[in-house]
Design a protein around this ligand. Structure first.
Ligand code: G3P
Ligand code: CA
Length: 308
C-alpha cells in the first residue's frame, strides 16, 4: 500500500499541474464554470488610496488584483481624464484652487487646469474607508497621496501596462438616452487611444449608457464592451447580444445564478459590482458563473480566489 506521504506528494503534484494550466483571464465561451474569477479593484484600490489615481492602480497591483476599474470623463478641451463625479469637488481641491468656477464641473475645465489640482489630500483628511484609523494605511503614506494628480486615460493605460493590470474603463454617461455627440466623441477617443497603445486585449469598456457600447461594437469590434445594469433583464442573453456587447456588469444585489449560467454558456462575461461585504466576497468568489468581481477591497478578495 502506498504510504500516506506519497499520496500527499502525488495529489500536490497533480494540483500544481492543474493550477499552472489555469488561464490568466476568466475564460469566456466555455461550457463549464469560470476557472478563476478576476479580482478587479474598484476605481483602483480605493479603500487604501485615493480613487481613480495612479497610486490606487499601484496599490491594486501590489495587493494582487488582476485589474482595476476606472471612470472616464471628457474635459472642456476634449481630453479623457479619470473622475467619478461630474464635479471635481469631492476628490480634489478645485473649490479652493478655482473659487470663482462653481459648480466645478469636469466639463468646464481644461485638462491642464484639472492636472494642477491635488487629487489625493482629501483621502488623508476624510479617511473614507477607515483604513488610516485602523493602521492599514500608514500616516506617512496618506500624507504622500497629496502629490497625486488626476490622471489622463493615457497615463492610466500606460501605467496599467507597466503594472500588468487589466483595465475596466467605465465611460460615464446618461443611461437610456439616444447617443449624444459627447458620447460618440468619448467612444471614438477611447477607441483611438486603445488602438494606438495596442491594448485591446487588456481592456474592457463598460457604461450605463448602452448606446455607447452599441457604438463601440460598431466601430471597434475587437475591443470588448460591457453593459452596466442595476437589474438583469428577463432575457439577458438576447439583451447583451442586441447591443453587440461581450459582457454584462450587474449590481451585486441583482445577481441571479440561472441568468449568469445562461450568459456564461452563451459566451458572455458577468462582472459584479461593487462587492464589499465579507460574506458576499466569500460567496461570489465561489460562484461558478461569475467572471470577475469589482471591489473596493481587493486585499480581502485576493486570498479567497487565489488558486481557483
Ligand atoms: O463599474 C461598476 C461601478 O463602478 C459602477 O458604479 O458609481 O461606482 O461608477 P460607480
Ligand atoms: Ca465606475
Amino acid at each position: 500500500m502506498m504510504h500516506v506521504w506519497t499520496w500527499v506528494v502525488v495529489v500536490g503534484l497533480v494540483c500544481a499541474v492543474a493550477l499552472t494550466a489555469l488561464p490568466d483571464r476568466a475564460p469566456i465561451a466555455e461550457g463549464g464554470p469560470v476557472a478563476r474569477v478576476l479580482v478587479i479593484a474598484h476605481r483602483g484600490a480605493r479603500s487604501v488610496a485615493p480613487e481613480n489615481t495612479l497610486a490606487a492602480a499601484r496599490r491594486a497591483a501590489e495587493l494582487g488584483a488582476d485589474g482595476w476599474e476606472l471612470d472616464v470623463q471628457l474635459t472642456k478641451d476634449g481630453e479623457l481624464v479619470l473622475m467619478h463625479d461630474d464635479v471635481l469637488t469631492r476628490t480634489t481641491n478645485a473649490r479652493e484652487a478655482f473659487p470663482e468656477r462653481a459648480p466645478w464641473r469636469v466639463a468646464d475645465f481644461t485638462r491642464e487646469e484639472i492636472q494642477t489640482l491635488d487629487a489625493g489630500s482629501w483621502f488623508g483628511r476624510e479617511d473614507p474607508f477607515g483604513t488610516i484609523r485602523s493602521g492599514e494605511v500608514r500616516a506617512e503614506e496618506a500624507q504622500a497621496f497629496g502629490g497625486e494628480r488626476v490622471p489622463t486615460l493615457r497615463d492610466a493605460l500606460l501605467a496599467s501596462s507597466e503594472l500588468d493590470l487589466f483595465v475596466n474603463i467605465e465611460l460615464k454617461g446618461t443611461p437610456f438616452a439616444p447617443l449624444s455627440s459627447a458620447g460618440r466623441e468619448m467612444v471614438e477617443k477611447v477607441v483611438s487611444l486603445v488602438r494606438e497603445l495596442g491594448m485591446a486585449e487588456r481592456v474592457i469598456i463598460s457604461s450605463f449608457d448602452h448606446e455607447r457600447i452599441r457604438y463601440l461594437g460598431e466601430i471597434a469590434p475587437e475591443i470588448p464592451g460591457a453593459l452596466l445594469v442595476l437589474s438583469l433583464p428577463p432575457d439577458p442573453v438576447g439583451y447583451v447580444r442586441g447591443y453587440g456587447a461581450e459582457a454584462i456588469n450587474p449590481q451585486v444585489s441583482a445577481y441571479d445564478r440561472e441568468k449568469a449560467r445562461l450568459l456564461h454558456e452563451a459566451g458572455y462575461g458577468v462582472y459584479l459590482w461593487t462587492v464589499n461585504d465579507p460574506r458576499d466576497l466569500a460567496r461570489f468568489a465561489a460562484e461558478p458563473y461569475v467572471s470577475g468581481i469589482i471591489t473596493d477591497w481587493p486585499q480581502r478578495l485576493r486570498p479567497l480566489v487565489a488558486g481557483r
